[in-house]
Design a binder for this molecule. Structure first.
Ligand code: ADP
Ligand code: MG
Length: 244
């Protein structure tokens, strides 16, 4: 569904990803995990065409991501960034429906979709008339998720969607995300720095370091067959892993 073919992205201070080859299979949830600065967000931006590879290529649904395809790809991919990325001067509903209105979808169709998404994300309908500043962190993330799902994307790209939330809110949203992923059966790329979250939500975990893959597999693979010392160090550094 999504493929990176030996992709390098150089910035002034060095490469953010280095000759990275990675496939995201259709209908599966893949977690990208690794220390801050290892290139996780850059991978999502490359998939969306928000940044261009220095070398290598990215394929989305079999087509190379580039000038000719990037508009279609951004429409086919729902994207949720940390903190939700909602427009503060628009109500929750206007945030959710912005693209659909720009694309001149029928108002009745938009209303129907908003209702479906409220049910899916477990939000009360009265949240829709509020501005992002009037919502809790968890509600904001749910609105961000509604916005990403509005146009029924083929793929869902989530960049640390639960990073800023307190543990209880986070746990609630994790449970809901899991059932949403199962219900929709979409291709999901989830960036997280929490191994427990990756193991709970993803079919497969890709551990990155310095723009490259250290190991991919399941939490069990990482524990029982670590590909490098770094894998064990990363697991040991995760709080709460004892309980998993
Ligand atoms: P992560 O999401 O894993 O924390 P990022 O993909 O955001 O990491 O960043 C990877 C590396 O690329 C970091 O060293 C970061 O400083 C650098 N980087 C990311 N975006 C830019 C940019 N627009 N300009 C310069 N350097 C950048
Ligand atoms: Mg990031």
């Amino acid at each position: 569904m999504i493929e990176l073919q030996s992709v390098t992205k150089e910035y002034r201070d060095g490469p953010a990803v280095r000759q990275l080859s990675l496939q995201f299979p259709e209908g599966k949830t893949t977690a990208l995990i690794g220390p801050s600065g290892c290139g996780k967000s850059t991978v999502l931006r490359l998939i969306l065409g928000l940044v261009r590879p220095t070398s290598g290529q990215v394929l989305f649904d079999g087509k190379p991501v580039g000038e000719a395809t990037e508009i279609a790809i951004r429409r086919a991919a729902g994207y949720v960034i940390q903190e939700g990325g909602l427009f503060p001067h628009l109500t929750a509903k206007d945030n959710v429906t912005l693209m659909a209105r720009q694309l001149r979808r029928a108002p009745a169709e938009i209303e129907k979709r908003v209702k479906e998404l409220l049910a899916l994300t477990h939000l009360e309908s009265d949240t829709m008339s509020r501005y992002p500043g009037e919502l809790s962190g968890g509600q904001r993330q749910r609105v961000g998720l509604m916005r990403a799902l509005m146009l029924q994307p083929k793929a869902l790209l989530l960049d640390e969607p639960l990073g800023a939330l307190d543990p209880m809110v986070r746990a609630g949203l994790q449970t809901d995300l899991k059932s949403i992923f199962q219900e929709l059966g979409q291709t999901v790329v989830l960036v997280t720095h929490d191994m427990g979250e990756a193991a709970y939500l993803a079919d497969r975990i890709v551990l990155m370091r310095a723009g490259q893959i250290v190991q991919e597999g399941s939490l069990d693979d990482f524990r029982q067959r670590p590909a490098a010392d770094f894998v064990t160090e990363f697991l040991n550094a995760q709080r709460g892993m004892v309980a998993l």
